[in-house]
Design a protein around this ligand. Structure first.
Ligand code: IPD
Ligand code: CA
Ligand code: CA
Length: 257
């Protein structure tokens, strides 16, 4: 546990430092570039935060590997040993266009098993985190196990990509729920399912760094975090995912064509 406590304190301190860098950036002009399209943007701060975390991790844990969205870390082809999985800004479009609704995400996996997961909502100052077998928290508050609510009794979040790619699917699921939300940060939407604000989150193509931290938190509150096919998540590729309590998960699967 000493090792875990040490890592936990370091990660929390790094997240505060990284958040301060992001807050400072609000007063400066962002450098914004298109990655693959006009809806897939990256800023100088995405890279700056990934470099910051990379340097901290390698200074303290030089033998451990890092998988990061902005490719500052290692070329990861397997999950042997300890692998840090980081998304420096989850919700970059929100960061650019809203100045809120984005998060910094860090996870630690060992031999493919998630041990620590952190999703930091910088603007709300809400740190969602979980340590395997030790529960999940939002700041100091322990998150209870999720309620087994059906889809019909809760709000469901869907990624914009699903609405655009398969509007019929999205409409069917939205109709069966209490209401649809599209927030634009896979990490925060997962954290909100874990804290009971949403009953489920669905996305047709999430990368390993979109999933890793949230999956550790989901596990600790009794959520199912699976591919839409029902298969386990594969953290070496993109996945179409559902995060939900068991009951809502089944309801969504029943609507899935
Ligand atoms: C994106 C966000 C978005 C989700 C996309 C992700 P990014 O992450 O989480 O909500 O729909 O699939 O790529 O690019 O802002 O880190
Ligand atoms: Ca992301
Ligand atoms: Ca990102």
């Amino acid at each position: 546990m000493d090792q875990i406590e040490k890592r936990h304190s370091l990660i929390k301190a790094w997240l505060q430092e990284a958040a301060a860098l992001l807050r400072e950036s609000f007063n400066k002009e962002l450098e914004i570039k298109e990655k693959t399209s006009r809806t897939d943007l990256v800023t100088n701060m995405d890279r700056a935060i990934e470099v910051f975390l990379y340097e901290k991790i390698t200074a303290h844990f030089p033998d451990e590997r890092i998988l990061g969205e902005e490719s500052v870390g290692h070329d990861i082809q397997d999950l042997e040993g300890i692998v840090w999985i980081i998304d420096p800004i989850d919700g970059t479009l929100n960061f650019i266009k809203q100045g809120e609704n984005f998060a910094i995400m860090i996870a630690i996996y060992e031999d493919g098993v998630g041990h620590m997961g952190y999703i930091y909502d910088v603007v709300r100052d809400e740190l969602y985190f979980a340590i395997r077998d030790n529960g999940a928290y939002c700041n100091e508050r322990r998150l209870p196990l999720v309620q087994e609510l059906p889809l019909s009794e809760g709000l469901v979040a869907i990624s914009n990509r699903l609405v655009v790619a398969d509007a019929d699917e999205a409409r069917r699921i939205a109709k069966k729920s209490s209401g649809l939300r599209v927030n634009g940060s896979a990490g925060l939407e997962t954290a909100w399912v874990a804290s009971g604000k949403l009953v489920a989150y669905i996305a047709p193509s999430l990368a390993p760094w979109d999933i890793a931290a949230g999956m550790v938190i989901a596990e600790e509150v009794g959520l199912v975090y699976r591919q839409v096919t029902g298969k386990e998540i594969n953290l070496l590729q993109n996945n179409a995912v559902i995060v939900a309590n068991r009951c809502a998960f089944q309801d969504i699967r029943n609507e899935w064509r």
